[in-house]
Design a protein around this ligand. Sequence first.
Ligand SMILES: *Cc1c(COP(=O)(O)O)cnc(C)c1O
Length: 440
Amino acid sequence: MPHSPPAPSSQEAGPETGTKAGRRAAFLAGCRPATRRIHAPIVDLAASRGHLNPRGLGHARAFSDLGSLGQSSVGFDTLGDYEAADAAGRAPWGGAEYGVVQSPEADAVCAKFAQLHGGAGAIVCASGLAAIATMLDAFAPKAVLIPDALYFPARRYLSETGRAALLTYPAGASGEEVGARIREAGRHFAPADTMVYLEAPASGTFEIPDIAGIVAEATRAGLRTAMDNTWASHVRFRPLEHGIGIAVQATTKYEGGYGDTPSGIVVARDKADIARLRRQLRISGHGAVSPQTCTRLFHRVDSARDRLDRHAASAAALMAWFEAQPFTAETLSPTRAGSPYHARFRQYFGAGNSLFTVAFDEGLPVERVHAFVDALLLFRVAESWGGHVSLVLPVHPHRDPASLPGESLPKGVMFRFNAGLEEADDLIADLAQASRGTLL
Ligand SMILES: *Cc1c(COP(=O)(O)O)cnc(C)c1O
């Protein structure tokens, strides 16, 4: 364990030695200041009810009496003012005529994201999934071409609503492979009714398709294109600059960066598309985003590049550590020179982020990998990613076996890691202590 001055005792006192919270507190006392800042004063998940931020930080009203605070009613001096605002869907002071639809803070966020992506406009929704759903509902395609590794909740939305026929293509497909699927779709669906949906790199396993080839095929066929750009954020990739019509991002992840901005944005290249998205937002009510969330997003997005670079450097250090261990079969990340997607990674993204997946040796009993995960003291078992706290979660790839590309997935147990903003050496010390007696 690394040694540095002990942490302030007020933050570390409390949990009993022998409990996991106690072991974490003892470990954190030996960590560097940046690591301690990220994990204190949250010592005990039971006390924080599973929240990775201290209690109170989620309470918008305790934070500020300024701003609109998410009021539903927006007031007008005269009936005429109200009727004009209602007809336009705009209040004279920003936002909509009804506060649930859009706040002035949401306006500011939308303007910023439209600019970051070079779009005609943007909408912000209450989650990344709500942004995806709003986008799909706005354009109501009858057929959607999706990667077989599509972010599972998006796929579930499509299949549960039954709103469109789904044609899958391999997550690491070439332009020709998708071109063939486009021609197949063309036998049953008009171009105006067909959408080509991209997500790259793929969730959990990080395949990268030939984005340029797919866009060329879709454009030639006159199809609408949309891309889930959550992995990259505007920092690593701007879909509109690559000829894609619509970019969707879960700003829950890197733009907010601290796990306290559940939200998603949709940016469109064309004015007409933005009008459809805004209309759908009114219809669905998905625009009810807390102004506190918008305020956080508005400021934090400016530091996204610095955080991403730091996340990426830590993730690279952790991958190098895993790759030197006898229990690692493979690390999955397009940032690694040996990845089959490395050339496309360099072409499109250039630098990595906080995520990578470790495939453990297939000979290892699953229980030992689970014991390793349970012994981790800085990495929390939790969904989502892109925040300050390091996380770990099992990966269960959803694949269409018929469309698997040449090389198949690793056979051993797989876990996805989010390298947080702690000091990388502390994270490696945690991995090392957890692996002793479990994997080693
Ligand atoms: C997290 C995520 C989303 C959805 O974001 P939520 O805010 O959790 O709804 C969408 N796409 C990808 C690729 C994601 O990782």
